[in-house]
Design a protein around this ligand. Structure first.
Ligand code: DAH
Length: 353
């Protein structure tokens, strides 16, 4: 076969292969097979040297034509394939903006926090300021300044956790630390009376700690809301009126309150306040142990000794104070039979509120 015919055949076969190539990789394989170092056209061109002189120009022309045609076809097909592959990649990589976003569930306040806030808002509505206290407190503010000096028997009712100074404070190491986790929010009273001039109308919500084993009605850590009023001419009537108003706001207007004489070292006279049972409405049931009443707070008129510790003249000023347990109020309001349920973090329980 003469070389021109061979070249035409090679060209036709190559153009068909180019047309068949379905990917840029397959096309590249065709190119290497024809135009590469060992490619079929390259071989033919190499063989040209052996041709007789007079055949060379015609063969050269045919070879150039074949190469030009093959290169043109390669580049045209290459463009088509590259474009198709690009489109494919774009559609495969595309972000589907119609996919719904992932929702993060929005949390709500825990019942204890919500109750604390609700009570604080009721007091804020009648002119009280909300103040902060400290959970790690000194023995002096937790007890002594509240008319409960060392060896006072009332200290025994509120055993707590003492904070031991590891730096080698000898008294602390002997177990005589005077730094403790507060047993009550009442210490805030002593701080505020030292820091502020009357008139004082404050509440102080916060955590307190006691060495109690958790059971349906006790927790080793719980929340109280302390209240303190110091002004001229404050009477027991003001205390009763204020608490009556607040308790009805918390529990509803149909609930009655009852003041029972009691003892607290820092108030004189002192009382415990009960709210009428919401389940039996005072008739007596299991919830209120047959009494018709539920105890919710302690209160009284500020003892003159407490004023003396804080440097307030009891001849000029008088005042009242109270302390309520937040968990207890939440349980009574929502008929929760066991305080521990509030701390367990069971979402099936907590979601109800
Ligand atoms: N601190 C008392 C307790 O934890 C509650 C209390 C009673 C607070 C009488 C007061 C108060 O401010 O006047 O049991």
């Amino acid at each position: 076969m003469d070389i021109a015919a061979e070249l035409r055949q090679l060209q036709a076969a190559t153009l068909a292969d180019i047309e068949k190539a379905g990917t840029t990789d397959a096309l590249e394989a065709v190119r290497v097979g024809v135009l590469g170092k060992k490619g079929s056209l390259t071989q033919v061109l190499r063989g040209m040297g052996q041709l007789p002189k007079e055949e060379r120009p015609a063969a050269g022309r045919a070879a150039n034509e074949a190469r030009d045609a093959i290169e043109a076809a390669l580049s045209a097909r290459g463009e088509v394939l590259a474009r198709a592959e690009l489109m494919e990649r774009i559609s495969a990589d595309a972000v589907d903006v119609t996919l719904p976003g992932r929702r993060r569930p929005i949390g709500v306040s825990h019942l204890i926090e919500a109750e604390k806030r609700e009570i604080a808002e009721i007091f804020a509505g009648i002119g009280y300021t909300v103040v902060d206290g400290r959970e790690v407190e000194s023995d002096y503010y937790n007890f002594t300044a509240l008319n409960t000096p060392p060896d006072h028997p009332a200290r025994g009712m509120q055993d707590t956790f003492y904070v031991v100074d590891r730096s080698g404070d000898e008294a602390a190491v002997r177990g005589e630390s005077d730094v403790l986790l507060r047993t009550q929010t009442s210490g805030v009273q002593a701080h505020i009376m030292e820091e502020q001039e009357p008139p004082i109308y404050i509440i102080a919500p916060g955590k307190v700690y006691r060495r109690d084993v958790a059971d349906p009605s006790h927790l080793p850590q719980f929340n109280q809301i302390e209240g303190l009023v110091v002004d001229r001419g404050i009477t027991l009537g003001d205390l009763k009126g204020t608490l009556d108003y607040v308790i009805k706001k918390i529990f509803g207007p149909d609930r009655e309150t009852r003041f029972r004489p009691h003892f607290f070292p820092f108030t004189e006279p002192s009382a415990e306040v009960d709210v009428s049972c919401g389940i039996c409405h005072g008739k007596g049931c299991r919830s209120c142990k047959g009494t018709g009443w539920l105890e919710i707070l302690g209160c009284g008129l500020v003892d003159p000794n407490v004023f003396a510790y804080a440097g307030i003249d009891p001849e000029v000023y008088s005042g009242f104070a109270f302390g309520m347990g937040v968990e207890r109020i939440a349980c009574l309001k929502y008929d929760i039979p066991d305080l521990r349920a509030l701390l367990e973090g069971d979402m099936r329980f907590l979601r109800q509120f």
